[in-house]
Design a protein around this ligand. Structure first.
Ligand code: TXE
Length: 487
């Protein structure tokens, strides 16, 4: 943090339809992870800025709630169209701000952000509330807005995750105060520009930049914020839950994961390998759903590991703006150090580093000051070791043999997390049965991150509370009220 605005872009808050300087003495520096260059400064906003944003959201709430759901769906469609016009800009900013490859930023971040608005617009147009008839009465369920929604998002998929919350929140008639990650503020500001361009009524969408303690915490504890949707680390989620619980706010927490990739003996290794590698390393392993523990049937262990290492060594790591690049940089120096410290720990815990283990060799000089870790594969760790059970959230995968399905399930369930998992097998029925016994919110069989936006998304155990996605989002971002009329 510095005391004076640094060169580069200076981002403002967007409150009540206006760009406002924050009530802050400090600025937070935003760095490009690939090069370590300073690219922007954001205000270190305070509770006063949060108060102003919540007040604007409250003032706008009645008029927004008075619109029909079809009218609000129309607004989402407009936002989707405007965002789509700027999709390439979204991809460029996201790649710069996160260090991820441009191809990934285009195919995942930019396109999903547009798709989120479009999907929820469609959900709004199709929305029908339930009627329950009794012999002598009719029950009608009415979905009312919850009020002001506080949305707090992380740095790994910045606009993708923010739009995943903003779209259903607005659709169901809430007004919004968004607090994006201080590490990746760029596309949240772009979204505010989109809201301005489509002339969304003032106060319906508000954006406050800043860090977790100075801006995030006052948002979660604000008495006029009725709902919190948070995606981020488990430790932060615990603080958010504590802060939100005293006001009985509606709460959804999407937290970390330590997901197992289970490779059964009957797997077609060559065919499935691209999917397994993608599950391991997408976004440099910085996706809460990534399969960071690969459990392999002992009968195919050696052949699988050989093929896996070959595939990993062929991955192109380097310049995020190069269309050939498959893996970019990690989000920050702190995070790079965290990931490297886990690799050191793995050696202390008796693991063998089969590949990677440090910054990649041979990337251009321009990236010397960036935050790089090459894809790392570790063998020989006990399945209950710290490296195999704690979330590393980087390009690091541990390998573990198992002797039968029972043992695979036991290892898969050996962590405090329960977000996702995948099973790779020629026997889809056996895979599907096995999936039911994995303690996690989502399990894919012979695929990974194959998303249908209608399905429930969320974790069990330390991976979170609540579900979002399709009707689950509509339910979370509204209050279902029953009106019973006696005939
Ligand atoms: O996230 P934080 P961090 C995991 C991953 C990573 C770890 C920490 O393991 O190494 O979390 O990452 C805001 N009240 N995931 O520290 O702190 C913060 O400003 C309210 C998994 O970067 O959880 C940001 O906007 N808000 C994850 C958001 O919370 C607070 C994705 C997330 O930041 C706050 C990211 C507070 N007290 C990291 N403190 C996933 N589930 O995908 C911070 N924030």
């Amino acid at each position: 943090m510095s005391d004076i605005p640094m060169p580069g872009v200076e981002l403002s808050n967007y409150i009540n339809g206006e760009w406002r300087f924050a009530n802050c003495e400090h600025w937070i520096d935003d760095y490009a992870p690939a090069t370590g260059e300073h690219i922007a400064s954001i205000p270190c906003s305070s509770s006063e800025d949060i108060d102003a944003a919540v007040e604007a959201a409250l003032n706008a709430a009645d008029d927004w709630a008075a619109l029909s759901i079809a009218e609000r769906a129309g607004w989402l469609e407009k936002i989707a169209e405007e965002l789509e016009e700027r999709a390439e800009e979204v991809a460029q900013l996201e790649s710069l701000d996160t260090g991820k490859p441009i191809t990934l930023a285009r195919s995942v971040d930019a396109s999903r952000s547009v798709a989120n608005f479009r999907f929820f617009a469609e959900q709004g147009r199709e929305f029908e509330s339930e009627i329950f008839e009794m012999k002598d009465a009719t029950n009608r369920v009415v979905y009312k807005p919850v009020g002001v929604a506080g949305l707090i998002t992380p740095w790994n998929l910045p606009l993708y995750l923010l739009s995943w919350k903003v779209a259903p929140a607005l659709l169901m008639g809430n007004t919004v105060v968004a607090k994006p990650s201080e590490l990746t503020p760029m596309t949240a500001s772009l979204l505010a520009e989109v809201m301005e361009a489509v002339k969304l009524p003032a106060g319906v969408f508000n954006l406050v930049h800043g860090n977790g303690l100075d801006a995030g915490a006052p948002l979660t504890s604000h008495p006029d914020v009725n709902l919190i949707s948070f995606t981020g680390g488990t430790a932060t989620g615990r603080e958010v839950a504590k802060s939100a619980s005293s006001g009985f706010k509606k709460l959804s927490l999407e937290l970390g994961g330590k997901n197992a990739t289970i490779v059964r003996a009957d797997v077609d290794i060559a065919n499935m390998m691209p999917g397994i590698v993608r599950a391991s390393f997408l976004n440099q392993g910085q996706v809460c759903l990534c399969g960071s523990r690969i459990l392999i049937h002992e009968s195919i262990y050696d052949s699988f590991v050989g093929a896996f290492l070959e595939a990993v060594s062929n991955m192109v790591v380097g310049d995020p703006s190069d269309e050939e690049t498959e893996l970019g940089a990690l989000i920050s120096e702190d995070h790079q150090n965290k990931v490297l410290s886990y690799i050191d720990l793995a050696e202390d815990e008796g693991g063998t580093i089969l590949c990677g283990g440090g910054p990649p060799v041979g990337i251009p000089e321009a990236f010397d000051n960036g935050y790089w870790v090459s894809p790392t594969v570790i063998d020989g760790l006990a399945p209950d070791s710290r490296c195999a059970t704690e979330e590393i959230f980087g390009p690091v995968v541990t390998l573990h043999p198992f002797s039968d399905d029972e043992e695979a399930i036991e290892i898969a369930n050996m962590t405090d997390y329960g977000l996702a998992g995948s099973i790779w097998t020629a026997d889809t029925e056996a895979g599907s049965k096995m999936a039911e016994r994995i303690d996690s919110g989502m399990v894919w069989v012979n695929c990974w991150l194959h998303r249908d936006l209608r399905v429930p998304f969320g974790g069990v155990k330390n991976s979170g509370v609540g579900r979002e996605g399709g009707q689950w989002s509509l339910g979370f971002f509204s209050e279902a009220i029953n009106i019973c009329v006696k005939h």
